[in-house]
Design a protein around this ligand. Structure first.
Ligand code: NAD
Length: 266
């Protein structure tokens, strides 16, 4: 499969290029960076620490979509919306890892998926996707006597909070409890907040150093506490999952899919 990487000079972009270069099932169709990027014209494989390919990083995303069987996008929300429209126009499969998308952005992705195959996951690791399933199950089994809190920590460069994965975990807990996350979520606490409201799903965010990604879902009652924790040791885990998802798109019917579909959990 010929795979293009938009944002190929980013932290995840480089991991994705390296994953493709080390795969016998995929070849690199090319990569993009936005206008003004110092990496335009460079070889994305060399940037990723691999052997030169002779491919140069360009700004023309439309050309990359034309040249690719599938494209992987770990960039920024505004760019991802444009890439989804290009995927629909060129009927190229798109794997989206970008987080921090608004509801409006997400609905644009789903509209694009009417004309092509789109896979989206806030976290492409198998362990986190297992954690999502477990969180839903535990929330369903435990009653309202257990308070649900979600704690996440990421590296100092992360620009959105809570992480897309933390929100997905909150959503899984809400589905398990048969409530709407929007109406019960407590995203920030500061100052005299008053006592915790029963049924709330709380979030807490830590940022620092080079932490790849850590998430804990706590279920706390007066007598006991259950904690489900996942720690990613390397970004390679996300790149491997995204490549697996992208290879899975071959021959699929148009539509919007998640990692749960790919791993057969849904
Ligand atoms: P980064 O800032 O290192 O990389 C983003 C890259 O996208 C940059 O190189 C930037 O120049 C490029 N970019 C921005 N706009 C572009 C455009 N219009 N066209 C082409 N390239 C463009 O960030 P990162 O740490 O690699 O993370 C990127 C995104 O992936 C974030 O939203 C992050 O939260 C998400 N992420 C998701 C997962 C997952 O498993 N789903 C894992 C890690 C990171």
């Amino acid at each position: 499969m010929k795979i293009g990487i938009v944002g190929c000079a980013g932290r995840m972009g480089r991991m994705l290029v390296s994953e493709i270069e080390n795969s016998d099932k995929a070849t690199l169709a090319g990569g993009t960076e936005p206008p003004g990027s110092p990496h335009l014209g460079q070889d994305p494989a060399v940037l990723a620490g691999c052997e030169p390919t002779g491919v140069a990083i360009v700004e023309d995303a439309a050309a990359l979509f034309e040249a690719s069987d599938a494209v992987i996008d770990f960039t920024a929300p505004a760019a991802t919306v444009v890439h989804a429209a290009l995927a629909a126009e060129t009927r190229t499969a798109l794997t989206v890892g970008t987080t921090g998308l608004s509801e409006e952005d997400s609905s644009k992705l789903k509209t694009a998926a009417e004309r092509t195959v789109i896979v989206q996951a806030a976290n492409f690791s198998i362990g986190v996707n297992l954690l999502l399933g477990l969180t839903e199950q535990v929330a369903r089994i435990l009653g309202g006597d257990f308070d649900i809190e979600i704690l996440e920590m990421h590296h100092r460069h992360k620009v959105d909070a809570p992480s897309g994965t933390a929100l997905a975990l909150g959503d899984a807990a809400a589905v398990g409890r048969q409530v709407d996350l929007e109406t019960v979520s407590q995203r920030v606490r500061d100052g005299i907040t008053g006592a915790r409201t029963r049924g709330d799903i709380g979030f807490a965010t830590l940022r620092g150093g080079g932490v790849v990604g850590e998430h804990t879902v706590m279920f706390a009652s007066e007598q006991e506490r259950i904690e489900l924790t996942h720690k990613a040791a390397s970004r390679a885990v996300f790149a491997a999952g995204a490549l697996r998802a992208t290879l899975w798109t071959e021959g699929r019917a148009n539509g919007y899919y998640t990692m749960q579909d790919i791993l057969g959990f849904s």
